[in-house]
Design a protein around this ligand. Structure first.
Ligand code: GDP
Length: 426
């Protein structure tokens, strides 16, 4: 059976924590898209970790962690990340990397930087991890699959033809030094030696595992609103963030995905540029940012302060619908305990008309939030294990949002660690 853990919004919803928690009863955890540009923060008995490439189930010794072919594989980042967790006492994880996954090349990272530099004020707010140039090359069919590292003659030929193209751009568009082919070849040979112990035919492995009745978790990165098809294009990421893509990026049949856990945070945050209708500013935002998440709302990869906002029912309803949600995991609810009243965005007003449906980008940029104030609960809800034990106003907040998004909230996260979870029967 396959379950997916995905985000409803702009990312940073707390998917890492939910994946880590659900991994206890899973055999295999698969990353199916994205790269080292976003991170998951996980708190467990080994400490606090920011993962960028490894799946969040990597801390259990009974699980296998898989990097599917849909991922932008940054080999040195992966290898360093494995070392960084084993150095802190986590048992050596079992890791498989798809032989069809493509490699983030050193020049992808440079092109990402140069392009943001060229765009100046109009930049996308990229994390400069090479993700957009990587996926551009993948679909332009000039990417390098892991398996290609193992055929030196082919590799040299391909480097030559790719560099011819890249060097024209480097020289004439960005006015930078060209790529040194010999150096690139040497780097790729180093990458080959680093990755060799992990390379596998991942889709075959997963197919056999499913036949044996194993439980597979697909772990998404970012959220619906960053999806290149259904998100706030062009302020999106370069690979699909939807559960449906999990089948492709892992290499399994779509009908195997039986449960889709969509993670929604109890308030909003976003990184990078783009419309963010329920955004708040000034002291109000600073306070929520400071109290948010586990130690503040700052990017796990970049340390950038996140943009903050109130819960957005319009965006979250849309986000859950596109994921095909079976369960909503409602996270970081404990953080809101300081507020007397909690604003929630229930509708958008666009050109004088109100709507609860998430619009296309051009209209989204004109949308103004329609806010409803709900009473706060003014206490610390960490440690509570039963839904009925939550303060009444807290339950009202959950139920108000559940009704508006239209998908069942079956898990409530009231703290960063594995144990901070309330299961709700419906
Ligand atoms: P992801 O990319 O979706 O995994 O999200 P992040 O790694 O940005 O997670 C959000 C942050 O919130 C992390 O620092 C988590 O440790 C933290 N976190 C997750 N769930 C909860 C929760 O229920 N309460 C609190 N206070 N923090 C949480």
């Amino acid at each position: 059976m396959v379950k997916a853990v995905v985000g409803a919004n702009w990312g940073d919803e707390g998917k890492g924590k939910i994946t880590d928690m659900l991994s206890e009863n899973a055999d295999i955890i698969v990353r199916f898209q994205g790269g080292a540009n976003a991170g998951h923060t996980i708190v467990n008995n080994y400490g606090k970790f920011a993962l960028h490439t490894l799946p969040s189930g990597v801390f259990y010794s009974h699980t296998t962690s898989v990097i599917g072919s849909g991922v932008a594989l940054n080999i040195p980042v992966l290898v360093n990340e494995i070392k960084s967790i084993t150095d802190r006492g986590v048992p050596e994880p079992r890791i498989l990397v798809s032989n069809r996954a493509q490699i983030v090349m050193p020049y992808h990272i440079l092109f990402d930087e140069y392009e943001e530099e060229r765009l100046g004020k109009k930049s996308f707010g990229s994390t400069k991890s090479g993700i957009a140039p990587f996926y551009s090359d993948k679909y332009a069919k000039i990417g390098f699959q892991v398996s290609e590292l193992f055929d030196e003659d082919r590799l040299r030929d391909k480097i030559e033809s790719v560099c011819e193209k890249k060097n024209v751009m480097l020289e004439h568009l960005y006015h930078k030094d060209p790529i040194d082919q010999d150096e690139l070849f040497k780097t790729l040979c180093e990458y080959r030696d680093m990755i060799e112990p992990y390379v596998a035919d991942v889709s075959l492995f997963l197919s056999k595992a499913l036949k044996e009745g194993k439980t597979v978790l697909l772990e998404g990165q970012l959220g619906t609103l960053k999806d290149p098809d259904h998100g706030i294009y062009p302020m999106v990421t370069s690979s699909s963030t939807l559960a449906g893509y999990g089948a492709i990026g892992a290499g399994i049949p779509p009908y195997e995905i039986k449960q889709i856990v969509t993670v929604c945070k109890a308030y909003s945050s976003a990184v990078g540029a783009g419309a963010f209708v329920s955004e708040i500013f000034g002291d109000e935002a600073d306070e929520l940012r400071r109290r948010g998440g586990d130690g503040g709302e700052y990017g796990a990869t970049t340390g950038r302060p996140r943009r903050m906002g109130w819960f957005d029912c319009v965006a979250s309803k849309y986000g859950c619908r596109l994921q095909g949600t079976t369960d909503v995991a409602f996270t970081v609810l404990d953080v809101l305990g300081y507020l007397d009243t909690i604003p929630v965005c229930t509708e958008y007003e666009i050109d004088g008309e109100r709507t609860t449906e998430f619009p296309v980008t051009a209209l989204l940029e004109k949308a103004k939030p329609v806010l409803t104030e709900l009473p706060g609960w003014k206490c610390d809800i960490r440690g509570i294990k039963e839904y009925d034990q939550l303060p009444e106003n807290c339950r009202r907040y959950i139920e108000f949002i559940e009704e508006r998004i239209g998908y069942p909230i079956t898990m409530i996260s009231n703290g960063p660690s594995r144990e901070d979870i309330i299961y709700r029967k419906r």
